[in-house]
Design a protein around this ligand. Structure first.
Ligand SMILES: [Zn+2]
Ligand SMILES: [Zn+2]
Length: 283
């Protein structure tokens, strides 16, 4: 029997796209008897981000602050945020880890900016993700991809998986977030995607990367985490390290569906399970 994980390192707070302050998140974690918490707000930097289709929705929804056109812009947002988190860690005597959820772009200029940002900001850990695919001179998110015609959609979905593979190969991240993210809009469910999923899992394994089981999806019509059981079955044949992430955007989402996700670890016989300390110290 596994004991259900007593921490989360994938969370978001107010000022980015979360709904509670870091202090409120820590208080809730303590109330739940947890020993650790990590805050990992979005670090999304791309020169074309503000001209993407999704940006106006982000602005209208009040969370445009998670997107930056330049690394300087993102660094200037994160410096005061990290100072606040470090003060909170000192004043609460709690294992508060300071992280970021980074959108990976397979581009040397992006890489140079990212390396510079890490040197300046010194996060405890970085989560790698791919919310966007660069296609036809546009940054496309899952909704944009869903609206494409089928052959374009398949092409872009393939690019998505190549981005995930690139993120694993670069070895920049403590672990990779929500592997099959595009299923949130119903994409990539068909059997034809198994080959690229298998290829991706094998690249993750050989590059020594880790993954999360992200419990942020579980919806009545799609009651499962990222990644799917199809992928977890592939993961179970490797020794890829795994941890649970709630991707909490508010205090009431901390630890959501961790019991169900723990059952999956058991069912798929996944044995290489990361502790909070182990996950933070992987990079
Ligand atoms: Zn994410
Ligand atoms: Zn997230």
């Amino acid at each position: 029997m596994y004991t259900t994980q007593q921490f989360s390192l994938h969370t978001h707070t107010i000022g980015f796209d979360g709904r509670n302050s870091a202090a409120e998140m820590v208080r809730q974690a303590k109330d739940m008897g947890w020993h650790s918490l990590g805050i990992s707000n979005h670090f999304i930097v791309h020169p074309a981000i503000k001209s993407s289709r999704m940006y106006k929705y982000a602005a209208a929804g009040g969370y445009a602050n998670i997107y930056s056109e330049s690394f300087d812009e993102a660094i200037n947002k994160f410096l005061p945020h990290y100072n606040e988190l470090r003060d909170l860690r000192d004043s609460t005597h709690f294992n508060l880890y300071i992280g970021m959820e980074v959108d990976f772009f397979n581009d040397p200029l992006w890489r140079r900016g990212f390396d510079r940002a890490i040197k300046i900001l010194k996060p405890d850990y970085v989560i790698g993700s791919a919310h966007f695919v660069w296609h036809d001179n546009n940054l496309c998110n899952s909704h944009d991809i869903k609206n494409m015609d089928q052959s374009t959609r398949n092409l872009v979905l393939e690019k998505y998986w190549k981005n995930v593979q690139g993120a694993a190969q670069r070895g920049l991240f403590n672990w990779l977030a929500h592997l099959d993210l595009m299923k949130k809009v119903g994409l990539g469910r068909e059997d034809m995607w198994q080959d690229i999923e298998r290829e991706t899992v094998s690249i993750i394994a050989s590059s020594g990367s880790a993954i999360e089981i992200n419990t942020g999806l579980y919806k009545p019509n799609l009651y499962e985490p990222y990644p799917s059981e199809r992928i977890l079955n592939m993961v179970s044949r490797t020794n890829i390290p795994v941890l649970l992430s709630d991707d909490a955007h508010s205090v009431n989402q901390l630890g959501r569906h961790f019991d169900e996700a723990s059952e999956l670890l058991e069912i798929y016989f996944i044995k290489n399970i990361l502790t909070a300390h182990g996950a933070v110290n992987r990079r």
